[in-house]
Design a protein around this ligand. Structure first.
Ligand SMILES: CC(C)c1ccc(C(=O)O)c(O)c1O
Ligand SMILES: [Fe+2]
Length: 295
């Protein structure tokens, strides 16, 4: 069993790096940690970065999760290979670039590129947010898969993820710690990143951010609304490079592991995804097919 400790980052291709970075800082409110000619790293919390842009084609390159140490990484490699999953070990240069000690990469059954990392660098200095959006942390990431039940089987048989709730066969919300979900899988035609989530400090932050985005003509995809699963108040909006961001406030924590029973919500019910019965659709950023070649 591979024990995921936490989510680490999203790596995204950016055809227009300056615009992608400008939006992430000035609109989303992230801190720009480092910028080179063709790359940028942004953070929302103590993690060195939760979002990296690499100049090139638009699309998600990979998502990263932390494991505890080199033994856990070696175990993960063996477990994945025994399950018939091809694994590529990261190079020293790739690890430096990711600001981790070591890593490996693999594809889930649908072609989502996932990286397991050890020792993601922490930056203890105070955050210098791009704007006061109220961000407290990188909350979760959501992958696309054409078969959500098969994705669940993959994530729950090889990894320590536990399902918190289902939205029919359309979405599965998985936890790796008491937070209701850190990984979600959403039904989509092809692999990709459905969205990345940032927790904000208050309901007021969600609503102020909504006004801020509307005034600037940012495309709101869904919300403000309230998810019945995590009970969080949410807002999804579209950024450059096809990347969907979500702000949310008030995510449920599951503190009694033994007592929790996953619930099943019918996606055709009007309040299955939004208790306030809003309508919206979340569009994804397609997975760039790299053949597990480092970028
Ligand atoms: C619609 C998506 C997959 C979704 C559903 C529920 C929650 C939540 O309960 O917080 C999310 O964050 C989602 O992104
Ligand atoms: Fe979400």
């Amino acid at each position: 069993m591979i024990h995921l400790q936490d989510i680490a980052y999203v790596r995204s291709g950016a055809a227009d790096l300056a615009t992608a970075v400008g939006f992430a800082v000035d609109v989303v409110g992230l801190e720009l940690v480092e910028r080179t000619g063709d790359r940028a790293w942004l953070r929302a919390d103590e993690r060195h970065h939760c979002l990296a842009f690499v100049e090139g084609r638009s699309g998600v390159l990979s998502t990263g999760f932390t494991v505890s140490d080199e033994n856990a990484l070696a175990d993960a490699e063996r477990t994945l290979e025994a399950a018939g999953v091809k694994v590529v070990r990261g190079s020293a240069a790739g690890a430096r670039e990711r600001h981790v000690r070591d890593y490996l990469a693999f594809e889930d059954p649908f072609g989502n590129v996932v990286e397991l990392v050890t020792d993601q660098v922490r930056l203890p200095r105070p955050l210098a947010f791009g704007r006061p959006a109220g961000i407290t942390e990188f909350g979760h990431l959501c992958l696309d898969a054409p078969d959500v039940r098969a994705a669940y089987r993959f994530w729950s048989s090889l990894f320590n993820t536990r399902v918190s709730d289902w939205i029919g066969d359309r979405a599965c919300l998985l936890r790796i710690d008491p937070v209701h979900h850190k990984l979600a899988v959403f039904k989509g035609d092809r692999p990709g990143l459905c969205h990345m989530n940032f927790q904000v400090a208050s309901l007021d932050d969600v609503m102020r951010n909504w006004r801020f985005l509307e005034e600037r003509g940012v495309e709101i995809e869904f919300g403000p609304g309230r998810h019945p699963q995590s009970t969080a108040v949410f807002l999804y909006f579209k950024g450059p490079e096809g990347l969907t961001y979500e702000y949310s406030y008030g995510v449920r924590r599951i503190t009694d592991e033994q007592a929790w029973r996953p619930r099943y919500f019918d996606p055709d019910e009007p309040d299955a995804i939004d208790m306030w019965r809003g309508k919206g659709s979340i569009s994804s950023q397609p997975q760039l097919s790299t053949g597990l070649v480092e970028r």
